[in-house]
Design a protein. Sequence first.
Length: 554
Amino acid sequence: MQNNSRSAACQLAALVVGLMLDVSTASANPAAAADEIQHQIRRGETLYSIAAEQLALPGDWAALQKLNQIRHPRRLQPGSHLRIPLAWMRQTPSQAEVVFVQGLCWVRRSGQATAEAAVAGTVVRGSDSVRTEPGASMTLRFADGSRVLVVPGTEFVVERLALYGQAATPGTRLRLTAGKLETQVATRPGKTTRFEIQTPAVNLGVRGTEFRTHIDPADGSTRFEVLAGRVAGTAPAGTLTLDAGFGAVARPGMALTAPQPLLGAPDLSAVPSLLDRVPLRLAWPPLAGATAFRAQVFAAESADRLLLDGVFTAPAARWIDLPDGRYTLRVRALDGQSLEGLNASAGFTLKARPEPPFTRQPAPQAKVYGELAQFAWVRSSVATAYRLQVATQADFKAPVFDRADIVATEAQLPLAPGLYHWRVATIAAGQDQGPFSDAQPFEQRAVPVSPTPEPPALDDAGLVFRWKAPEAGQKVQFQVASDAAFAQIVLDQLTDGPQGLLPAPAPGPYFLRVRTVDADGFKGNFGAAQQIDVPPPPPNWWLLLPFGLILLML
């Protein structure tokens, strides 16, 4: 009775699995069931020996014979394929391992109400649930070497994780309910791997394939893109097989869209190999047909270690922070259906620490007067020294000053007049030098030379002072005082002409000094003061003439 029930169940299973698509082997019938394997018959095998090796109940060889319509159980054709439903096969529980975690990720065991935080080394078994928080990611490695990259904000259930039959054929089924999975199914020459991903809109079966699966939270549709191998999708309204370089969209209850060629990889040749600033900004040229870009940052030479992930409408990625180190940038374009295209990768190194100090002086575009330039910056809490560079060119290829042993937060340097650039870097313990500050341009100028006035002259207009006309943009400040200390200033004027005037001066001594004022308002030094004495007017003897005449007439 028990055997009859089992046989009936086997026959029912055969009918059910016949509705699903199988791509477990390259030569398999594309209409074969997803819940079965294709066993390639070897020389000398019989239906009885295969049943003894593969089936949980070897006595079910008759059901296997009926499913495959075999007339002679002892005479099988070597090289042909035998359909074996997974439900009939010997099963050994398998497991996956978390090999990388970034941020907060969770694993909830079957039958448990609460989840545990995942760490590297956490074991995931059949019926477990996995969830990544926004900004978090993880990588799972399966027994056959297949890997799944779980991006931020993803949830899925491990519905099946087992080894089937004597050959220990891996069988994995993930039910994705939210987010995105990037899957690499291991290729096993001569052996079969069963790997499936189910979503509310489509079931995907693969073998030796690299592909991506993403559920759109807006409408529940599933987008999947094939990068290598082939993916078979089964939906209630039909089936579809995608080759590498194509993608498709599945909407719940609707037919799959026709295969769409994926957009090409963006050009990352201009991405710098060294970055020395945070926040990060990585840019690339626009790509025809792209509506957005997905950018990811991985640890160098490790596609398992996803550190940053984001979608950007412009051809540039921005992130707030990342530790110093070596990384790989991966970028792909999204088309009008939000299908993600082919990947482009570029390596880069981030060296942004210790951060450069804030500069104080000279300010950008400042004009520094004199023979000495004074440089100053803000103290860094991690600095053991600072490196100061001054150059005549913005590329600093030939600096006129370069010292890395400055312990103070200021330095003074003699410079000839000219245009310069300066920058400073922090040096931490262990001679760990960080990036330079942004270069600041400035101009070193000689102190304006005060003009030499000519000897003052007294004429009918008053006391006139003359000097050589100033250069274009310059002015001359002249002061006239009644004392040599210039405490009693009687005239203080600014002019761009070659002379000044003190009208109607009173008799007495006067002192004159002048200086040049540059166009930016910088005032040079006063030159030596000159003195002039304004004499009293001569006596008015003609007023006494009438009195003299009177005396003569007496």
